[in-house]
Write a protein that binds this ligand. Structure first.
Ligand code: GLN
Length: 541
């Protein structure tokens, strides 16, 4: 049901990409939540892929999965982590999705033979996408427009938000423009011209920003505010400085709060400026900043997209959260699984205090991951496997402990004599396979007396999935006889969700992706336990 008094904030970016629009949007959401408002967030991406599900992590970073099973842009991860909100499938639209909706409607005769055009049909579809976040109880929707002002492909979005704001009025919608003040070393000066030009570009489309947030390396001087105010047509007090932060991106909300960003926006939206409650967040920053006395542990992440740090964004964030909750500093050794195959496991993993094998697709590096798991198991090194990491755990145990020679996943070897990871019949009953995956949140029941149960302190959990293959239940008996414990199963069917080893300091692997639900203030229990075990291990070395 849609709510009629929902307010809107639109965030655009100028000058260059990678300005941190997602983090700025998420930080604003954090503050508005801290003022007692119920916030929903949304990213509109101008590219033509229908969703980021099929995009390479090398190009686009990780695919973030929502509870309701949407494969989305990784900015939604920032939204969830900073503002502790739950995004939905309405939180991410791409031009591909918008256009395919419009074209499908045209094919069904939905436009009664009229000429279908970018304006008004695509722009109306975008406006509907924005409205889709106006759910009951949502006070404020923050919509981030991907891309940079001036991009050809962003134009329909800018036109749509211009119209949207015109429809709802200035008291119900705010335009925030994030821009860059580059520092020219040779001139020893920070320049406002590019920011003026990006605001100019927006003005050409009919958007005058209400708030200008300036990303900069150095502090802004009064003359910068004056110039920007005059040339961008923005009130001086509505110009906010967003300097690079020293320690952690989680400092951004606190820095923005110091300049009253949230308060200024609430005033424009005619909403009460309730007291800001971000004490736990400030304490968190305190801990991040004053971490010199913390122990340092080194943890290996054995993957195949390690050259791009965004490819495992949520995993690194979850590790960070667990570092904070364990009061330790975690150094991550990013390991290419193939290096293990080529150089040997000891050479590549020697000396680490814990090993994590994340999710992935395709067979490149799989044997290296399996080797890393054997190494962790045999040497009592804390181990945590996620999704493909769990599938590799089962393969390793089947081959090296249960004697199922050449056991494999049918994803990597369709002819394997022991398909311990396969497409499951039961799975076909609970999800529509149709070439797709098990996506989104599923309930899981944990077995009493297991590590999983101890970590979660609950027998009922819900975690997010994104995979096609499953553990093949035919092999449960033989693996159990050989000591592998199946500690979590899908609550409404026979799907294995967690395996673990009891006689090991920490050895657990899950079919789901726990990293998506970790928060800075509440580290995920499996990550917390993992880093705790790593600290113990580092002390016994
Ligand atoms: N490739 C595996 C599957 O599809 C694992 C996927 C993943 O790790 N997300 O089941």
């Amino acid at each position: 049901m849609s709510s009629s008094n929902t307010k809107h904030i639109f965030i655009t970016g100028g000058v260059v990409s990678s300005l941190g629009k997602g983090i700025t949007a998420a930080s604003l959401a954090n503050l508005l939540k801290g003022r007692g408002y119920n916030v929903q967030m949304q990213k509109l991406d101008p590219y033509l892929n229908v969703d980021p599900g099929t995009m390479s992590p090398f190009q686009h970073g990780e695919v973030f999965v929502t509870d309701d099973g949407a494969e989305t842009d990784l900015d939604l991860g920032h939204y969830e982590r900073f503002a502790d909100i739950t995004c939905t499938k309405n939180s991410n639209y791409t031009s591909g999705k918008i256009y395919s909706n419009v074209i499908a409607r045209e094919r069904r005769g939905g436009y009664l033979g009229g000429t279908v055009q970018v304006v008004p049909h695509i722009t109306n579809e975008i406006k509907d996408a924005i409205s889709s976040c106006r759910e009951e109880g949502v006070d404020i929707v923050i919509t981030e427009i991907g891309g940079t002002a001036g991009d050809i492909e962003s134009l329909p979005y800018l036109e749509a938000i211009r119209q949207f704001r015109k429809d709802i009025g200035k008291k119900n919608g705010v335009f925030v423009h994030l821009t860059l003040l580059p520092y020219l070393k040779a001139a020893g000066e920070m320049k406002t011209k590019p920011a003026q030009q990006s605001a100019n570009m927006l003005r050409g489309i009919g958007i005058v920003p209400d708030v200008l947030i300036c990303r900069c390396e150095k502090p802004m001087e009064p003359e910068h505010f004056e110039k920007l105010s005059i040339f961008c047509n923005v009130e001086e007090e509505m110009i906010i400085e967003e300097q690079d932060v020293a320690h952690s991106v989680y400092e951004v909300p606190v820095e923005l709060a110091k300049q009253g960003l949230d308060e200024k926006i609430l005033r424009q939206l005619d909403l009460p400026v309730n007291k800001l409650d971000i004490k736990p967040w400030e304490d968190l920053i305190e801990r991040v900043i004053n971490c010199e006395s913390f122990d340092e542990v080194e943890v290996a992440v054995v993957g195949k997209y390690t050259s791009l740090k965004d490819a495992y964004k949520s995993i690194y964030e979850a590790i960070d959260h667990a570092g904070i909750s364990n009061k330790c500093h975690v150094k991550v050794r990013q390991v290419e699984a193939e290096d293990i195959e080529n150089k040997g496991v000891e050479e590549v993993l020697g000396g680490v205090s814990a090993i994590l094998v994340p999710g992935g697709f395709g067979d490149r590096g799989v044997e290296g991951k399996i080797e890393a798991i054997r190494y962790a198991r045999e040497n009592n090194i804390p181990f945590f496997g996620i999704c493909l990491g769990m599938q590799c755990t089962v393969i390793e145990y089947s081959r090296n402990v249960a004697g199922l020679k050449d056991a494999n996943s049918v994803e990597f070897n369709a002819e394997t004599p022991f398909p311990v990871i396969d497409l499951m019949l039961e799975q076909k009953e609970v999800v529509d396979m149709g070439g797709t995956m098990r996506l989104g949140a599923y309930d899981c029941t944990l077995k009493e007396g297991t590590l999983a149960k101890k970590l979660y302190s609950s027998t009922q959990i819900s975690e997010r999935h994104r995979h096609r293959y499953e553990f093949n239940n035919k092999y449960q008996d033989v693996l159990e006889e050989n000591g592998l414990v199946f500690s979590g199963v899908y609550t409404h069917g026979q799907l294995c969700e967690i395996v673990e080893l009891p006689n090991h300091p920490y050895f657990i692997a899950c079919q789901f992706h726990p990293e998506f639900k970790s928060r800075p203030l509440t580290a995920h229990p499996i990550f917390h336990g993992f880093i705790e075990a790593a600290v113990k291990k580092s002390k016994t070395k």
